[in-house]
Ligand binder design. Structure first.
Ligand code: PHE
Ligand code: NA
Length: 501
């Protein structure tokens, strides 16, 4: 690069930014339901095993690669081995797909902060669900691809992209660090108030019982263990290139493993807190509808945009709950979005050898335009759903598996990386780490990948037409690999230093 590579000005800011990336929509709308579905309180056991045996070891692997080779994902892998560059581009393209739809969800959440005050969904005869699908997103009955724009989605999405681009242009210290230093404390305060308020709602205790009651029988089911491993990869944002990129901005003398433990602990604490808040609110919803918590428990888009609006309409001080909940989604989402974008920006900045501002603008503006063309439309929800299923849940598993095999068995790099981790770290890694990353990691990832391929082949995803899944699901996942190969063949700028730093 033409100017000196930035570093996080303090360890605290690195940790805060890494937590900002890890704590995302997944912590709030995914973890509570995954835990509930897979043994409730008993899920804590596979969850802890997954964190200790795969999540943290692979987090350390990302840190080691980024910090040792001091580059974006493609540059770091290339410096490790010329032929490994393509792995970095694969991650860049996965991040590109996630970024274009993540921005849409953040924009929806921002609009729902406002709707929580007006309770706009009360006027729809079909309630919050009807409002979300018909009034807000104007989802078409039939799955086609069209460009009918929906104004109330387009405008907030435009705002999200504007904010994200401003942060990205400002760089690691003035942009990423500062955004996290503002958004993360806000997120934590808002979320704590939300959880306390939810716990005092009538019926909350039933929700908490449903969430925590352990079902130890579940531990005999391999799919429960797979769910724990799958969730933890996603939740810690390992193998997306994000942690490689962020750790490349850490000062040379850094406590890598100590920081990793702090990030993992913070991420899990936030998830557990979310489990309490979400299930307390669902307990209230069940109490109000005179039904059981099992009846109303949902995750993801259904939880955020259908169940929560219903709670907002019925609860005392419901608007406060709504603003806190959707505001939390916005801040948690934004800090994750910028970490995803940094993977893309850093990669092109390295490859082209440009300065921060021109590199950032020439990458993020096209990304924003693609996102704005596809998602604020009447077919945006279908696209989002399919892309999430194929790229975020399936493509990333394949990518992670290839990376651990290449770095471990393929290139035999684990001893070297372990040595690097131990150079400045407070907690040392040893043979255990190499066994976990080289053996347990690939085994768990391979198992989940085979599982995932089988389910995706067996049923048309979400009942979408075959051509739709073919193009936007399988086609998209395959196109990313082809795209990564092409990008890796493009020559680097003469200014890029390709040798081992
Ligand atoms: N770790 C984030 C979460 O738990 C999700 C995420 C994955 C964000 C990959 C960015 C990239 O929500
Ligand atoms: Na997370």
């Amino acid at each position: 690069a033409s100017d000196k590579r930035e570093t996080f000005s303090s360890r605290k800011l690195f940790i805060l930014s890494a937590i900002g990336s890890a704590v995302g929509l997944g912590n709030i709308w995914r973890f509570p339901y995954v835990a509930y579905e897979n043994g409730g309180g008993a899920f804590l056991i596979p969850y802890l095993v997954a964190i200790l045996c795969a999540g943290i070891p692979l987090l350390f692997l990302d840190y080691a690669v980024g910090h040792r080779y001091r580059g974006s994902a493609p540059l770091s892998y290339r410096r490790a081995n010329r032929k490994a560059e393509v792995l970095g581009w694969w991650q860049v393209l996965i991040c590109f797909i996630i970024a274009i739809y993540y921005a849409a969800i953040i924009a929806w959440a921002a609009m729902y902060c406002w709707f929580s005050i007006t309770k706009a969904w009360d006027k729809n005869p079909d309630g919050a669900g009807g409002f979300f699908m018909n009034d807000f997103l104007k989802v078409q009955d039939e799955v086609t691809v069209g460009f009918d724009f929906v104004g109330p989605v387009l405008i907030p999405m435009f705002a999200v992209w504007l904010i994200a681009i401003v942060i990205m242009v400002a760089g690691v210290n003035k942009g990423i660090s500062r955004a996290n230093a503002i958004f993360m404390p806000l997120l934590i305060v808002m979320f704590l108030i939300l959880v306390v308020q939810s716990v005092f709602l009538p019926g909350a205790i039933d929700g908490l019982n449903t969430f925590f009651t352990p079902n130890f029988e579940a531990l005999k089911d391999p799919s429960v263990w797979a769910a724990a491993f799958g969730h933890i990869f996603f939740s810690l944002s390992v193998a997306f290139g994000i942690m490689v990129t962020y750790s490349s901005y850490m000062k040379r003398k850094s406590d890598l493993t100590g920081s990793g433990y702090v990030v993992a602990f913070a991420n899990s604490s936030f998830e557990l807190l979310a489990g309490i808040g979400v299930f307390a609110a669902l307990g209230f919803m069940a109490y109000n509808a005179n039904s059981s918590v099992d009846e109303v428990a949902v995750s993801g888009i259904g939880l955020a945009f259908i169940a929560f609006p219903t709670i907002v309409s019925q609860a005392p001080l419901g608007s406060v709950i709504g603003v806190l909940f959707f505001g939390s989604l916005v801040f948690a989402g934004l800090t994750s979005l910028i970490s995803i974008l940094e993977v893309i920006v850093a990669a092109f900045q390295d490859k082209l050898g440009w300065r921060r501002a021109p590199a950032t603008l020439s990458v993020t503006i096209p990304v924003a335009l693609i996102s704005l063309a596809l998602f604020p439309t009447t077919t945006g929800l279908f696209l989002l759903d399919t892309m999430d299923a194929f790229v975020n849940q399936f493509g990333i598993l394949a990518c992670a598996l290839v990376i651990v095999i290449v770095l471990g068995a393929g290139l035999g790099m684990l001893p070297k990386l372990a040595k690097h981790l131990n150079r400045h770290s407070s907690i040392k890694v040893g043979t255990g780490w190499k066994v976990l990353v080289g053996g347990v990691g690939p085994a768990a990832l391979g198992y989940m990948l085979i599982n995932e391929i089988q389910t995706k082949m067996a049923e048309q995803y979400s009942g979408y037409p075959a051509w739709f899944n073919g193009v936007f699901g399988w086609g998209m996942a395959g196109a990313l690999i082809v795209g990564a190969v092409i990008l890796s063949l493009i020559p680097w700028s003469k200014k890029s230093k390709l040798n081992d730093p």
